[in-house]
Design a protein around this ligand. Structure first.
Ligand SMILES: Cc1cc2nc3c(=O)[nH]c(=O)nc-3n(C[C@H](O)[C@H](O)[C@H](O)COP(=O)(O)OP(=O)(O)OC[C@H]3O[C@@H](n4cnc5c(N)ncnc54)[C@H](O)[C@@H]3O)c2cc1C
Length: 345
């Protein structure tokens, strides 16, 4: 019989679990119901996350230590290994956060287990069927394994975050079992965060809207002139007003290395597509982008797609977007920014 452990960790505020951790709890709860298998939740934190709710009839283990305030391979791996040894699971689900993605394979190895990453769905009631995408989201594979323990790192954004359901209990009601751990003495000290570039501030995986800037923003406009500074201001104002995540086409981010007029806040980290990222947002708005296949393949998980392009024959109009506005994005975004500013209380 299977037994399931969901590994979770807290966010910057120690009182709350991360959204990706709550998604892993949903996945674990659903899987345990389907397999009729016991469910354990393991928490890596400095203190009990008081704001959390858990499915009832769940065993909850916590490794609590001040050293876990900061993500670090040695301490995080030791904490997760301790939780696994205490729970003795056959299946371990964990959020594919940068914190757990770094340690999960190492912990699986210490437990003599196996691991699969980027899991997007779990199905099956007698056998576990784990789904992931391969070859840049073009092929969907369903994986089975006999080896145990089987670690499955879940892609964030693929499950609904667990929230108070009728069968929930609060952290105060739950009998949380503290598990003692002997953490290795840290050899590294985190002194603060320094973003490698400004794009780190514009990439917001949890945003409802993805705003994509294409190379058209830095091309000569109908007046024969470049308007890069205006483009910068329009895009940044839109992002400030909507808290959207900023994506880019490859052509636009490549311009920086080619010495052309560029938008200074964009880097390759923003690139969406075949050789870029494949984010998950409820909506996407493409601007000044042609919508070619290597770009649009990165939109696979965007639920509702809209585009603003001057070209009525662009890729978006050929069935790749739900709505296409054949219009000047400079004018449309300027007007949108006015409306957004006016709608602010
Ligand atoms: C192996 C390979 C991998 C690739 N991987 C990627 C990838 O991961 N991501 C990616 O993005 N691309 C990728 N590409 C490149 C891709 O094929 C396209 O070249 C690129 O996406 C084009 O970028 P763009 O649409 O921004 O630029 P362009 O093709 O130059 O299009 C600019 C668009 O802006 C419009 N425009 C101009 N001014 C305005 C205005 N004022 N208002 C509205 N619209 C305006 C124009 O009409 C035009 O349609 C890859 C290519 C290859 C060969």
């Amino acid at each position: 019989m299977e037994s399931i452990l969901v590994l979770t960790h807290t966010a910057d505020t120690p009182t709350a679990l991360t959204k990706a951790s709550l998604e892993a709890i949903t996945a674990g709860r659903d899987l345990s119901t389907r397999l009729d298998a016991p469910l354990t939740i393991g928490i890596v934190a400095t203190e009990i996350p008081h704001a959390a709710v858990f499915p009832a009839a769940t065993r909850i283990l916590a490794v609590l230590d001040p050293a876990l305030a900061q993500p670090r391979y040695s301490t995080d791996a030791a904490a997760c290994e301790t939780l696994c040894r205490a729970a003795q699971p056959t299946i371990v689900l964990a959020p594919g956060s940068s914190r757990f993605a770094r340690i999960a394979a190492g912990v699986a190895h210490r437990l003599g287990g196996v691991i699969d990453t980027h899991i997007t769905a779990l199905a099956g009631s007698s056998n576990i069927e784990a789904t992931r995408w391969l070859y840049r989201q073009r092929i969907e594979a369903v994986l089975h394994r006999d080896a145990r323990p089987w670690f499955l790192l879940l892609d964030p954004g693929t499950h609904a975050p667990y929230s108070a359901a009728p069968d929930s209990i609060s952290a105060a009601q739950a009998a949380i079992e503290p598990i003692s751990v002997s953490l290795p003495a840290p050899r590294t000290t985190v002194t603060g965060y320094r973003s490698p570039n400004q794009s780190a501030d514009t990439i917001r995986p949890d945003a409802k809207l993805l705003f994509v800037a294409g190379a058209g923003w830095t091309k000569k406009q109908p007046d024969g002139q470049l308007h890069t500074a205006e483009a910068s201001a329009l895009i940044l104002n839109f992002l400030r007003a909507t808290s959207a995540s900023l994506g880019s086409s490859k052509s636009l981010v490549d311009q920086g290395s080619d010495g052309h007029s560029v938008l200074p806040f964009l880097t390759h980290m923003n690139q969406i597509g075949q050789t870029g990222s494949t984010p998950r947002h409820a909506k996407g708005l493409s601007t000044c982008c042609h919508g070619e296949e290597p770009h649009v393949v990165g939109w696979r998980f965007i639920a509702e797609r809209r585009a603003i392009s001057l070209d009525p024959n662009c890729g978006w109009t050929r069935g790749k977007a739900d709505v296409v506005y054949i219009a000047d994005a400079f004018a449309v975004i300027a007007r949108l920014n006015e409306l957004l500013a006016a709608s602010k209380p």
